[in-house]
Ligand binder design. Sequence first.
Ligand code: BGC
Length: 435
Amino acid sequence: MPSVACATQDVGVDQSGPPPKPQGEPMKIRRSRWIAGSTLVVVAVVAAACSSSKSSTQSTTATTAANTPSTASVTAISVTSFGADFSAMAGLKSVASSGKGLIGVLLPDTTTSTRYVSYDAPDLTKAFQAAGLTSSDFKIDNAQGSAATMQTQAEADITAGASVLLVDALDSGSGAAIEANATSKGVKVIDYDRLVKGGSSGRVYVSFDNVKVGQLIGQGEVDCIKSWNVKTPNILIMDGDPTDNNATLFAQGYNGVLQPYFDNHSYVKVGEPAGTWTPSVAQTTFSQQYTAHPNINAVVTPNDDNANAVIAYLQSKSIPAKTFPTTGQDASLPGLQNILKGYQCGTVYKPIYLEAQAAAAVALYLRAGQTAPAGLVNGTTQDTTANAAVPSSLGVPIWVTVDNMASTVVKDQFQTASAICITVVATACKTYGIG
Ligand code: BGC
């Protein structure tokens, strides 16, 4: 019996007892990086192993689907179904056509990460369209960093007949207000990427295992300190915006990895100043800390855009390559190029096309008045404000360095070799087999 990777954050998924053998014909499921990792599983197994706390109806539905191939395409979708070609979304066409109302997507900003413009918006569009929705069935807005704008966009969506809102909130307070208003009007909500602490009951959370993201950053820093031969590391820990629950989970992950090194005095923690997702603020914070503590020779930076701002400052001080570790996430072009230049150790690659498809799939089920299958919503995340275990669909992040860039982001065409390999990194691209 293969083991089943269940995802959870803060609170464990109830995995009591070994999973029973799947019944009936196994469905054809493509391999993906969304949770299952290297293990092929059928929905019935995931349902049994990951959600014994869920209603028996969900497990039954999944098992029945396995026995009745004619409906399998509708009910069998799971976290392992999605791939880079979006073809799994076509299996949801009947769910899509039985649903009603607009799906409103609320994205937070365009300045803290390239992901919202380059990936989330186009990938969600592609996912909805692959399931048969037309442009009048969904609307994707970006709040440009303003919680008030997001609130206005949410209200406009509801007025336009929204039945589902995907909320990637700027902060939990404003997200919870948007969700409470939506729920009071019968609109279903999804916490997209960021958990809204104190959000509505009945919501589903779609994201990555964000503690794992932080652990990858922490371990990447440790490995890099070793390979760049940083003697007596004096590390500044920089965090993301504390209003984003993800930033808290990332910090939980990397601080957990680094603490033993601080405890045994092999590393020195210089400080952990107030976090931010605004790159210019991160740069100011770093320059102030560096001026006050010129012995800083390594930094944990929580995403590529913050790292890029810090790296620009380091370069202005003529710090040589491969001497001063920084970290990141989002596998952005500048992030990957900074890795090849030797100014960033690595980046956490989150295949957003998988996250977008999982979110679009959950949205389609909610829009059709159905419960998303247990294989799709395969974990729980504890909302400590609402004191609730929020049903979750969580993907697996991957640490990318020079060594696996070709076999991950480039192979998946998340970023193309030609876009990465600008003149200044052309030699490094050749060395590491990129393009
Ligand atoms: C997202 C990251 C992003 C950061 C800043 C987080 O909530 O998960 O991918 O880099 O926000 O936008």
